[in-house]
Design a protein around this ligand. Structure first.
Ligand SMILES: Cc1cc2nc3c(=O)[nH]c(=O)nc-3n(C[C@H](O)[C@H](O)[C@H](O)COP(=O)(O)OP(=O)(O)OC[C@H]3O[C@@H](n4cnc5c(N)ncnc54)[C@H](O)[C@@H]3O)c2cc1C
Length: 449
């Protein structure tokens, strides 16, 4: 039985009171669940979504270094999770290639990563496992429990334990109050984290002055001109107030076979706070003004017409084509948020992933951060690193990437620069985490956490 530096022993296989509670059952929560299961810890995931499976937004994620590392270390499904891109290319507005460089990068899709993690955590079988297998149970694995429809509302410090209060949704839509005791709670409840807000009520997500419009188009529906620049390439376009990147991701059920994949576009456009256009874009088809996200299928006809006409006016033709052909686009307001600390309640509460720091998507590091935070928690629990090292590595990374995301995002959206400078910015974000150099300020105050 492993002992550890965090509140003593978290036990492998004992009473429920010893189970580690994870709040949030998206990628961050599942990274935590899978890593801890395979390290022998019992876990309970509390996810507020009332369905057994989270709804796929059908969009791509760039699988950064730590996402790949996580799957290499823990995945037992043996299903490839990424589509490689071999080149980065930059287009001008006419759609001509103005710069290209060899640069391998891995792209995956949110749903493929999600289903592989569910297969590893609670052995959810799905078509995403085709070409791989349902992971086997091994001696020494921790017990797992994925509870959906459970919204955590508050925490109570009880010395050695923390009591987690949550509302559980029943099938008839009624709710019951429930609670659990744990010695360790991992908060993976995303950028609008309830847990973070309990400790840092004044920290809020701040709108950055622009939105991202996202969507996918099947390879088979794209023109030859579009395939020529997007297939297995990471393709960029910059213009004042605009950035667009498009790349190939896995298709239906995680299919990475050429011809069955999707082209994924990510288009940043400025919409100033208070502007009429922002109101139009962020008001869904039912007339509800949403603060952060218009999910797939909810964009209003007016807003989509406005965006499509902007696409034709401002984007290279291959990228405008993606906007026109996408059937389920969605919009997200870009925000910044970071917590000053990752440990609370005498180390019984740990923030990870977007709950700790919600990065701008230009960093292509959100999922990687969640994977890194969780692998760091596992190392801390197993005594491979001490508390000081744990806090330092996680917080310095969160601070640096958050700062860089704001820096490159603002340069790209609000300044007019030579393409070369944007290329340099992008290349800066591709430095592997283990090669990063941390400025002095990223350490400030960490000793007192
Ligand atoms: C359904 C979904 C689809 C996504 N699709 C994409 C995508 O296509 N491309 C992309 O780049 N990124 C996507 N993301 C974001 C991406 O997962 C994250 O940026 C990154 O992986 C870090 O994940 P996270 O688990 O820290 O945060 P998140 O992914 O935001 O997950 C937080 C989870 O916590 C749950 N939660 C929040 N509050 C509570 C509470 N009080 N009690 C219990 N549970 C709570 C939420 O329902 C959510 O499942 C998606 C996120 C979600 C939730």
């Amino acid at each position: 039985m492993a002992t550890n530096g965090v509140n003593g022993n978290h036990s492998k296989g004992n009473a429920a009171v010893e189970d580690i509670v994870i709040v949030g059952g998206s990628l961050g929560g599942l990274f935590a669940g899978v890593a801890l299961k395979y390290h022998g810890y019992n876990t309970i995931i509390l996810e507020r979504t009332p369905q057994f499976l989270l709804e796929n937004q059908g969009a791509g994620i760039v699988a950064g270094g730590d996402t790949i590392k996580f799957f290499e270390k823990y995945d037992r499904s043996e299903k490839p999770c990424a589509v490689p891109s071999f080149k980065r290319i930059y287009l001008n507005q006419k759609g001509d290639i103005i710069h290209e460089e060899v640069n391998r990068q891995n792209m995956t899709s949110w749903d493929l990563a999600y289903y592989l993690l569910r297969a590893n955590y609670d052995r959810v079988d799905s078509a995403y496992l085709e070409g791989g297998k349902l992971p086997e149970v091994r001696d020494g694995d921790g017990k797992v429990d994925y509870r959906y429809g459970c919204t955590v509302t508050s925490l109570e410090d009880e010395g050695e334990y923390v009591t987690v209060h949550f509302k559980r949704k029943l099938e008839d839509d009624s709710e019951v109050e429930n609670s659990l005791k744990t010695k360790l709670l991992i908060a993976a409840d995303g950028p609008s984290s309830t847990i973070r807000a309990l400790f840092e009520p004044e920290i809020e997500r701040e709108f950055a002055g622009y939105c991202v419009i996202r969507g996918t188009v099947p390879e088979t529906e794209a023109s030859q001109e579009a395939l020529d620049v997007f297939r297995e390439r990471f393709c960029f376009f910059h213009a004042p107030g605009i950035q667009n990147l498009t790349y190939t991701i896995a298709g239906k059920n995680g299919d990475t076979t050429p011809g069955n994949r999707l082209l994924n576009f990510v288009w940043y456009a400025n919409f100033p706070e208070g502007s009429e256009e922002l109101e139009k874009i962020m008001t869904d088809k039912d007339g509800r003004r949403r603060r952060i996200t218009i999910p797939p299928g909810m964009i209003s006809w007016d807003a989509w017409e406005l965006l499509k006409s902007k696409a034709v006016e401002r984007l290279p033709p291959q990228m405008a084509e993606m906007a026109h052909k996408s059937k389920t686009p969605f919009v997200q307001a870009i925000t910044d948020v970071i917590s000053p600390k990752n440990l609370y309640m005498s180390d019984k509460v740990v923030l990870v992933g977007d709950a700790l720091a919600g990065f701008r998507p230009h960093t292509v590091a959100s999922t990687s951060q969640a994977a890194f935070d969780v692998m760091s928690v596992a190392d801390w629990l197993d005594g491979k690193i001490d508390r000081t090292q744990f806090v330092k590595q996680v917080m310095q990374y969160a601070r640096l990437i958050q700062y860089r995301g704001k820096y490159i995002g603002n340069r790209s959206q609000f300044e007019s620069r030579e393409v070369r400078e944007y290329i340099d910015d992008r290349n800066m974000m591709s430095i592997p985490r283990w090669d990063l150099e941390y400025p002095e300020w990223t350490q400030k105050g960490l000793d007192s956490i």
